[in-house]
Design a protein around this ligand. Sequence first.
Ligand code: C5P
Length: 254
Amino acid sequence: MAASQNPQDIPARDLPSAQGRTPQDKLIVALDFPSAEKALAFVSKLEGLCRWFKVGLELYLSAGNAIVEQLRQQGFSVFLDLKLHDIPNTVAGAVRSVSALGADLLTVHASGGPAMLQAAAEAVASQPHAPRLLAVTVLTSMDAAQLSATGISTSPAEQALRLAKAAHSAGILGLVCSPEEAARMRRELPGSILVTPGIRPAGADIGDQKRIATPSAALAAGADYLVVGRPITQSPDPAATASAILAEISTALA
Ligand code: C5P
């Protein structure tokens, strides 16, 4: 895309399809593991259950591009959660570097600013097989106190909305936000694709997450995709836990 092009002209193919209506279309399992071997062994435990996997920094920095390619070869959709945050030129280059891998979704931090978001959107638009971009708003591990310690005195919800609007202005309609603010995002920013981490089935350990909801509450708030890590990966019976979450999603969708 030329630098002068209106962000709204970025073609729709650059956005994730949130049209899938099956529970498997909605659940993204976060593979936060220290090696490809451990991640792939875990994936085999969910055989036939899950369609989407997320590769985050822990796994990507140890397993590199190969893990993305292996998951793709096995037929899975891949969310490459690199949360890019740097100067515009560097982020644009990083987006181009991972574009050919076949990942379906890629994250950048919305707090990198409008110029960085614009550069990322332009980099995606310039690559034939680029992933669809998601802008991370405020991490679900941050509450008002954590945010305030970074110098931002508005609430996490207000800040998330402000960042989401900046992403939209840059032509990035995919957003990562807490399920707590999904309903407002949906209302104020129609056309958003909402990806929500911070998902905890009732009774699950919260860990370091702060702004959380159950799978059904997140879907009711308007989430398109639910990212679930430890409740499944640390479960004594991951397949049973994933099945229970998929059943909850199925009920919520019905
Ligand atoms: O284990 P848990 O379900 O908390 O994992 C959530 C996953 O979603 C982690 O891989 C984390 O990096 C990611 N994530 C998040 N909050 C964001 C964006 C991504 O928790 N805002």
